[in-house]
Ligand binder design. Structure first.
Ligand code: NDP
Length: 251
C-alpha cells in the first residue's frame, strides 16, 4: 500500500487558480489525482490548469452562489466520473475596524469564506458517500486561533470554518468521510501582498514572530494537502493543523 498515492482520485480545489489553492492542487496532481480547480477569473484559471497538466481542468464559478457550488460538483462528476476530495480554499479579506463594516461587506465575507465551504461540502456529500468515502479539507488561518483589530469578520469566518469542519467530521464519519482544517501561517500570495504593502512593518513583524524565519510559499501547503487527501490520514478527522513555520507556538 502506498499511503500517499492519489492515483485515480478526483479532487475539487476551490480558489485553486492561484495562491495556496494552486499550491495544494499541484501537490494533489503530482500525487496522481485529477483536479478541478474553481474560481471566478477564467484567464488565471486556464493558466493554472495548464500548469497542472492533462488531468486538470478549470471550472468557472462564483461560489458565493449555492447553485454554483452544486454545478461545480455536477461538472466535476460529468468530467471525471467521481469525486473523492474537496478542498474548501476560496477566500478573501477586507481589513477595517469592526465599526466600519457595512452589512454588505459582512455578508460578502461570510458568503465567500464560510457559506461557500458549507454549500460545496453539502453538494459533494452524495458523491463521496457513493464512492465509499471522501476527504474534505477546509482552510482556516492564524485568525482561527488569534484575534486582531482589523480582521473581525475574517476572523469570524475562519473560526467558524474550524467548527464547521468539526461538525461535518462528526456527521459524516460513518460514511468514511474525513473533514479537517489547515491553518496556514503567513503565506506569500496575492492576498497578503496587498497587506504587506498597506501595513508598514508587517513584513518585519511576520519574520520576527515566525520561528522558521521566512514567509511561507504556496508549495509549503502541498504536503499537508496530500496527507489529508490520502489514506495516510484515514484516522484523522475533525482536527485543525497549523502549517505556519511555528508562528502559533512562539511565545
Ligand atoms: P488568493 O487571493 O491568492 O486566493 C484566493 C482564491 O479564492 C483565488 O484563487 C480566488 O479566485 C478564489 N475566490 C475568491 N472569492 C471567490 C468566489 N466568490 N468564488 C470562487 N472563488 C473565489 O489568496 P490565498 O491563496 O492567500 O488564500 C487562499 C485561502 O487561504 C483563503 O481562504 C485565505 O483566507 C487562506 N489563508 C491565506 C493566508 C495567507 O497568508 N496567504 C493565511 C491563512 C489563510 P478568483 O480570483 O478567480 O475569484
Amino acid at each position: 500500500m502506498k499511503p500517499f498515492d492519489l492515483t485515480g482520485r478526483v479532487a475539487i480545489v476551490t480558489g485553486g487558480n492561484g495562491g495556496i489553492g494552486l499550491g495544494m492542487a499541484r501537490g494533489l496532481a503530482e500525487a496522481g489525482a485529477s483536479v478541478a480547480i474553481a474560481g471566478r477569473d477564467a484567464a488565471k484559471g486556464a493558466a493554472a490548469a495548464a500548469s497542472l497538466g492533462e488531468r486538470a481542468v478549470f471550472l468557472a464559478a462564483d461560489l458565493t452562489d449555492q447553485g454554483a457550488c452544486v454545478a461545480l460538483v455536477a461538472q466535476t462528476l460529468a468530467r471525471f466520473g467521481r469525486l473523492d476530495i474537496l478542498v474548501n480554499n476560496a477566500g478573501t479579506n477586507l481589513r477595517k475596524r469592526p465599526e466600519e463594516y457595512s452589512a454588505a461587506e459582512w455578508h460578502g465575507l461570510i458568503d465567500t469564506n464560510l457559506t461557500s465551504a458549507f454549500f460545496c461540502a453539502q453538494a459533494a456529500y452524495p458523491a463521496m458517500r457513493q464512492a465509499g468515502g471522501g476527504k474534505i479539507i477546509c482552510i482556516g488561518s492564524m485568525m482561527s486561533i488569534f484575534g486582531a483589530s482589523h480582521v473581525s469578520v475574517y476572523a469570524a469566518t475562519k473560526g467558524g470554518i474550524v467548527q464547521l469542519a468539526r461538525a461535518l467530521a462528526a456527521a459524516w464519519a460513518a460514511d468514511n468521510i474525513q473533514v479537517n482544517t489547515v491553518l496556514p501561517g503567513w503565506i506569500d500570495t496575492a492576498l497578503t501582498r496587498g497587506a504587506r504593502t498597506d501595513l508598514p512593518g508587517l513584513n518585519e513583524r511576520v519574520l520576527a514572530r515566525t520561528p522558521a524565519g521566512r514567509w511561507g510559499v504556496p508549495e509549503d501547503l502541498a504536503g499537508i494537502a496530500v496527507f489529508l487527501a490520502s489514506a495516510a490520514s484515514d484516522f484523522v478527522t475533525g482536527t485543525a493543523i497549523p502549517v505556519d513555520g511555528g508562528y502559533s507556538v512562539q511565545g
